[in-house]
Design a protein around this ligand. Sequence first.
Ligand code: ATP
Ligand code: MG
Length: 412
Amino acid sequence: MRLSQLFTKTSKTVPADEQAINAKLLIQAGFIHKEMAGVYAYLPLGLKVLDNIKQIVREEMNAIGGQEVMMTVLQPRELFEKTDRWDDKKVDNWFKTKLDNGSELGLGFTHEEPIVNTLSSYVNSYKDLPIFVYQIQTKFRNEKRAKSGLLRGREFIMKDMYSLARTPAEHDELYERAATAYTKVYDRLGIGDITYRTAADGGVFTKKFSDEFQTLSPLGEDTIYLDEAKRLAINNEIYTDANLVKLGLDKSKLVEKRAVEVGNIFPLETKYTNALGVYYTDKNGQQQPIIMGCYGIGISRLMGVLAEHFADNKGLVWPKNIAPAQIYLIGIGDVVKDTTGLYEKLQQQGIEVLYDDRDVHPGQKFADSELMGIPYRVTLSEKTLSQNKVELTNRSSGEIKLLTADELVARL
Ligand code: ATP
Ligand code: MG
């Protein structure tokens, strides 16, 4: 991509009401646009980052047998009345609206009911189970506070997966498979070392815990107590002596930390399947309850978490597999022909390049390459070309190397 063609521009200023580092950096770099508090648009480079995160999540869900769907945002009142989740007293963050004829609709804040309702058309026999089905979609929640940029949106992107199983043992197996897939996702995103499986409240309908995945961050709204050796934590909200015993955690080994919930998986038992009257028939022709699990990952929240974590005083520092491009290409002085030639060569190799072909001062180009957090900067000048070389700068380590164009391509 040529930066002269890109409609976004970097900026030195940020909206006055924006406090969070993730939003400030992403707005300044031109990755997102703030529409209003908790509501952000993804611009070309930001969308690439978001898509890279989605793709990692998608690959790991597919690897455990997840089947991708896209449910609807508009939700019928009647469906959620069956599970007693329509009433504002039960769920206080619904955005609701009305049809012309007066019937009420909600904008999806979660999708257990619609998923079970859809699957009920296809699930009858023990042969139809187990199932993992997931989507990556926009969710709407009327959050009271939305001051943390992408960490808490009123409109945000979630991956939500649901499992249907025949027996508790089968459910447990699916649940652990999902938990393992989650760990892989956080590892691939580069935050595996600071993300902990954390026992948390399971909700009113189960005695089990749910498992949150909590990423350490001073911005976190949650307090967790973690056992570093076991890589296991307990959320403050269920921190009792009895629960520590259940989890095999030793109080003296726990450290208190602030963390951001980047995922949450729940054993739902038969709450939604029973309430919606969805059962399966076993080998003996007997009707049996279906055991359900649900598995959420905050896709857009993760983008915010990564932007906070992978940053320095010059801007963003994306890991290679998340970055919107691998190379930020700059030519200094009368070297346009060579720079354009290298741009085309790198493109032919399938390497994603941001070519800063704008008519601006080199200082501005360097600053923008750093603000945008592109992993490598390649600079050509009369000096480097006189040695038949280009300069490769690593955004994260600051390391500089002089390479020939061929060496550069080979390295990448
Ligand atoms: P929180 O306690 O932070 O409000 P939650 O427990 O209500 O989150 P879940 O219903 O468990 O959220 O949703 C699954 C995942 O979706 C969360 O683990 C989180 O990563 C993400 N998520 C939830 N609410 C938001 C939001 N308002 N903005 C961005 N991501 C969110
Ligand atoms: Mg949660």
